[in-house]
Design a protein around this ligand. Structure first.
Ligand code: ADP
Ligand code: MG
Length: 270
């Protein structure tokens, strides 16, 4: 397969070079194997349904949702959901890591945040603020605390004024550190967690696909990878496939087991 250009130079604006841009098609490719919990699937489908019913909502004078926040541990599909949404809504994705724009120059964060929201107002997109909790993180020095408070205020204002055809999506690993005033402004909230057995099984079967394998391998893998995040499951299955390819062999238990041991996932004791 040819190497694809991951960042498309689509409606790209001056002054927001901290953002990465992805076309809807690219987003679809990335989110191809996404697995949702039943609850999150419902929330996402409802969100998309509503966005397709603009006239009806205007008629009833009920505002459309346009701000979604996702909370949960790493590797459970928050970023992937942003790609999925952009694909389903056929909007470009504008991805920004909030920690990156804050940590480089705290003093410029407020104006950077404004620029992003201005961009989203003028250009329909899914504006995805990843590592969203970075805004709430307390700082060492007094000056930084004050500056951060200003950033939070700017963000609150931008959230309140956010309207038009763009969607704002934010993701955070740390629910508790997020400023309550910010949290309240999101109309749609989703919680992410480690895959349960059936989600893990579904994801493993998507990852293994048509790869030649010994029978019952999915059952073994599902059991062996208990406690792993989706991201861990993916890495371990890919590692095992590599081993099978270099050994010119079908995928079997030993490869899964070796990949697991080498990868050393951080599995929480249950
Ligand atoms: N729910 C999921 N369904 C399918 N794949 C997932 C899921 N969660 C994570 N992954 C895999 O792990 C990688 C990292 O996931 P990501 O969405 O970045 O996690 P998060 O943003 O929650 O830390 C993804 O690129 C994908 O390959
Ligand atoms: Mg992420």
């Amino acid at each position: 397969m040819s190497k694809t250009n991951h960042i498309n130079r689509i409606p790209r604006a001056k002054g927001i070079d901290m953002a990465a841009f992805y076309s809807p098609k690219e987003c679809g490719r990335k989110a191809k194997h996404i697995v949702f919990s039943a609850d999150n699937e419902r929330v996402v489908e409802e969100f998309i349904t509503i966005l397709g019913m603009k006239e009806q909502f205007a008629e009833h004078d009920v505002p459309m949702p346009n701000k979604m926040v996702m909370f949960g541990p790493p590797g459970t599909g928050k970023t992937l959901t942003a790609f999925h949404l952009a694909h389903r809504l056929q909007l470009p994705l504008v991805l920004v890591r909030l920690d990156a724009i804050i940590h480089s120059h705290l003093g410029e964060t407020g104006s950077n945040v404004r620029k992003l929201f201005e961009y989203a107002r003028a250009n329909p997109c899914v504006l995805f603020l990843d590592e969203f909790d970075a805004v709430g993180r307390t700082r060492e020095s007094n000056d930084e605390v004050k500056e951060m408070a200003r950033v939070v205020n700017t963000l609150l204002q931008c959230l309140d004024e956010f309207e038009g055809d763009s969607i704002l999506v934010a993701a955070t690993n740390l629910e508790t550190q997020l400023d309550q005033a910010i949290w309240r402004r999101f109309d749609t909230k989703m919680t992410y967690s480690m895959p349960d057995e059936s989600s893990r099984r579904l994801y493993i079967s998507k990852l293994m696909g048509q790869f030649e394998q010994e029978s019952q391998l999915e059952d073994y893998t599902c059991e062996r990878l208990t406690g792993c995040s989706y991201a861990d499951v993916e890495q371990i299955v890919l590692k095992a496939k590599r081993k099978a390819i270099i050994a010119s062999s079908p995928l079997h238990e030993q490869f899964i087991n070796d990949a697991y041991v080498e990868y050393m996932p951080r599995v929480l004791a249950t």
